[in-house]
Design a protein around this ligand. Structure first.
Ligand code: HPA
Length: 252
């Protein structure tokens, strides 16, 4: 099987020994991917923010990234996201596998179906993240005794600034558990492309107002660096254990 991996903040390559790097021409931008083999699967890795974190959340080429993985025939995507937590129970260092999202982005291209020749479609996102991939992932980390939450609601903001405490209180009232800047529209585009998608969120900090002190950008990168070895091996073992026949409706 071919599996796409989208590395978020702090994840700029999948392993120390990298694979074959190439450029994929899409209908949008050209995307650099690195391909390698693992346990009989072909992995196609791309770094969401570029390999030196030069691309801010609102300028990530979301359409091109998903289109590139589709052109590479990926059936599944495993992504990573650094997130703030709005809840005491989800602490820095914890992993969360979101099952829902709330979209507070403002000005990003949203869809492959942009009208005209591209057509118009309204995809169903009742179950936005692939339940079969999430089940596999949860079992692995639980068996490994890592702090992991099987579900959560991810709120996507436009960024690149962090939130105000008033915004975080609003997100809490709406049921948001996690806050990040890059989960949407990626998950939606994967669904439009008929690719199973899940993300492993790493809580890097308590959100503004939940944390006792103002947020520092360094908190996010420092925590991601600490969790990177576990995160990388987690991603590889999810890839190893993905069921070839999955009990899900992601492919429409
Ligand atoms: N807010 C938004 N995005 C984030 C945060 C946060 O607190 N932490 C990591 N990414």
């Amino acid at each position: 099987m071919r599996i796409g991996i989208i590395g978020g903040t702090g994840v700029y390559e999948l392993a120390e020994k990298s694979g074959r790097t190439s450029r994929v021409h899409t209908s949008y931008e050209t995307v650099e991917v690195t391909e390698s083999e693992h346990a009989g699967h072909d992995l196609v890795f791309l770094a969401r923010h570029g390999d030196d974190h030069a691309v801010p959340p609102h300028r990530v080429p979301y359409l091109a990234n998903i289109d590139a993985l589709r052109r590479k025939d990926c059936e599944c995507i495993i992504a990573t996201n650094a997130v703030g937590s709005t809840r005491d129970g989800m602490q820095p260092g914890d992993f969360v596998l979101p099952d829902q999202f709330i979209d507070f982005t403002k000005g990003r291209p949203l869809t492959f179906f942009d009208g005209g020749r591209k057509g118009v479609r309204h995809v169903d996102v009742t179950v936005p993240y692939c339940p079969a991939l999430r089940r596999t992932a949860f079992k692995l980390l639980e068996d490994d005794a890592q702090p992991i939450h099987p579900a959560g609601t991810y709120v996507c903001t436009e960024g690149p600034r962090f939130e105000t405490p008033a915004e975080i209180r609003m997100f809490q009232a709406l049921g948001g558990d996690l806050v990040g800047m890059t989960g949407v529209p990626e998950v939606v585009l994967a669904r439009e492309a008929g690719i199973c998608y899940m993300t492993v969120c790493v809580v890097t900090n308590f959100a503004a107002g939940v944390a006792r002190a103002p947020l520092r950008e360094g908190e996010v990168t420092e925590l991601m660096e600490q969790r990177l070895p576990v995160l990388r091996s987690f991603i590889l073992s999810i890839a190893e254990n993905i069921e070839t026949v999955r009990d899900c409706d992601c492919r429409g």
